[in-house]
Write a protein that binds this ligand. Structure first.
Ligand SMILES: [Cu+2]
Length: 156
């Protein structure tokens, strides 16, 4: 009787250890991005500025490049030096796990060079050090326009 009970306990033990939910684990680990927009320059031929928010996934990651079709994109930061605000090119930006980082007017921003024919929306491809990438569509705004209202969704 005791022997039978032990055998039953051993048989049922593996059922308690459920396999990890692979897809959910991937989703948790992947950064997301949203509220992407581009403000055109008032002066034709001058670079446009791009803004967006990125939320880190379950692991720390690093944004290493942003690309867009037909455009050269640089990541810039603003720094105060001797009372003068100036821009510096970034070669990457840390995206801590679970934290939201912003490219926003007055701070970190994208600069888009060579934007010729202005599209209605520009897909920005974000590349991360982990090898993950995201495509987020950026709304186009005219020079002087404010940010569009935050969208009710983000891309994964
Ligand atoms: Cu800049």
């Amino acid at each position: 009787m005791l022997r039978a009970f032990v055998a039953l306990a051993l048989l049922s033990a593996p059922a308690l250890a459920a396999p990890p939910p692979v897809k959910e684990a991937w989703d948790r680990n992947a950064p997301t991005a949203g509220h992407a927009w581009v403000r055109l320059n008032a002066v034709p031929g001058r670079p446009a500025a791009g803004y967006l928010t990125i939320t880190g996934g379950g692991q720390p990651d690093r944004l290493v490049a942003v690309t867009a079709p037909g455009v050269r994109v640089e990541m810039h930061t603003m720094a105060m030096a001797g009372g003068v605000m100036s821009m510096q090119k970034l070669d990457g930006l840390a995206v801590p796990a679970g934290a939201t980082i912003s490219f926003a007017p007055g701070g970190n921003h994208l600069m888009l060079f060579g934007l010729g024919q202005v599209p209605a929306s520009l897909p920005l491809t974000l590349k991360f050090a982990s090898g993950k990438s995201l495509v987020v569509p950026a709304q186009i705004r005219n020079a002087g326009d404010d940010a569009p209202p935050p969208a009710d969704h983000s891309v994964h």
